[in-house]
Design a protein. Structure first.
Length: 198
């Protein structure tokens, strides 16, 4: 076993496994709240690992799920994010279905395939989207040249969210995924929404 894995077994940091299309955005926001490292290939730099509280793994078609499984099994809080079903492979489905019971699958409720996967995960399913039934739901979405604003509905609460620049529906899904993770990590969603705006 490599030294970085031994360090991880001792520290048991929280991990997030995210699609490569949103992993960097997740990293950019969460590094404001935690000592965070982004891993784009399975090799984890020892120094960064020792300093981190949170590890974000970016996955793609070439990801070795067998290697990622080690990190998920031994993490104090593993979180898997799947936003778009076109990134869903049989390996990811199997991984999600056998996810540790202490972990969370954060999935796009508007995508029927991902909605079903969130019900079959070995851990907890947390969904986001525009459709009624999502755990974190965007309503009253307004797009203009300044960006997008929407209301985040969750647990009976409503939080206004603004995204600046050229925001589109994909960017709203990314923001919803980040806000879902923030809820799991017990972060203040007002502070996270401010970070998303900036």
């Amino acid at each position: 076993m490599c030294f970085s894995k031994l360090i991880f077994l001792k520290k048991k940091q929280k991990i997030i496994i995210a699609e490569s299309s949103i992993a960097f955005s997740v990293f950019q926001i969460l590094k404001k709240f935690f000592k965070t490292v982004l891993v784009e290939r399975e090799n984890v730099k020892l120094k960064k690992l020792m300093e981190s509280e949170l590890i974000i793994f970016s996955f793609s078609e070439s990801t070795s799920w067998k290697k990622i499984n080690f990190w998920a099994k031994h993490s104090s809080l593993p979180i898997l994010i799947v936003v778009f079903s076109q990134h869903l492979s049989p390996e990811i489905e199997e991984f999600a279905e056998n996810f540790p019971s202490s972990g969370y699958l954060v999935a796009n409720f508007d995508d029927k395939k991902l909605r079903e996967l969130s019900k079959k995960t070995g851990g907890y399913g947390l969904t986001f989207g525009f459709e009624e039934g999502a755990n974190l739901r965007a309503t009253d979405c307004h797009f203009d040249e300044k960006g997008v604003s929407f209301k985040l509905n969750f647990n009976g609460n409503i939080l206004p969210v603004w995204l600046s620049d050229q925001a589109d529906r994909k960017r709203v899904y990314t923001a919803l995924a980040i806000l879902s993770i923030a809820q799991i990590l017990n972060l203040n969603l007002v502070e996270v929404s401010k970070a998303l705006h900036n």
